[in-house]
Design a protein around this ligand. Structure first.
Ligand SMILES: [Zn+2]
Length: 98
C-alpha cells in the first residue's frame, strides 16, 4: 500500500512567537485567522488527506499542524484539511440536533 506525501519546504529562519503558527512560513496565526490543517509524517512530509485511510498512524508522525491560507494555496489546498482529524472526511460542523 502506498500513499502520497509531499515535503513541506518550511522557512526555518523564522522563530514563531507562539505555538499557533503556520508550519510552512512559521508566521504566527492570529486568533480566529483562517487556516488549514496538514498531517505531517516524520521528516516534514505531508500526508495527502485522500490517503489517510490507507495508512496507520505511527508514533514517529509529527501529527496535525496548522498552515496559513497563503501557504496552503501555494502548497496545494487538496493537501490540507479544513479540520484536524484523521479520515478522508474530517470532522465537520457539529450537528445541531438536540
Ligand atoms: Zn505560512
Amino acid at each position: 500500500m502506498t500513499w502520497r506525501t509531499k515535503f513541506v519546504d518550511y522557512d526555518a529562519r523564522r522563530n514563531p512567537r507562539t505555538d499557533r503558527h503556520c508550519c510552512m512560513c512559521q508566521r504566527d496565526l492570529r486568533p480566529g485567522q483562517a487556516h488549514r490543517h496538514v498531517y505531517l509524517l516524520a521528516d516534514l512530509l505531508a500526508l495527502h488527506p485522500g490517503d489517510f485511510d490507507k495508512r496507520e498512524p505511527l508514533a514517529s508522525d509529527l501529527g496535525w499542524h496548522l498552515m496559513g491560507m497563503d501557504c496552503a494555496r501555494k502548497f496545494g489546498m487538496d493537501w490540507t484539511a479544513g479540520h484536524a482529524g484523521f479520515g478522508p472526511t474530517s470532522p465537520v460542523a457539529p450537528s445541531h440536533d438536540p
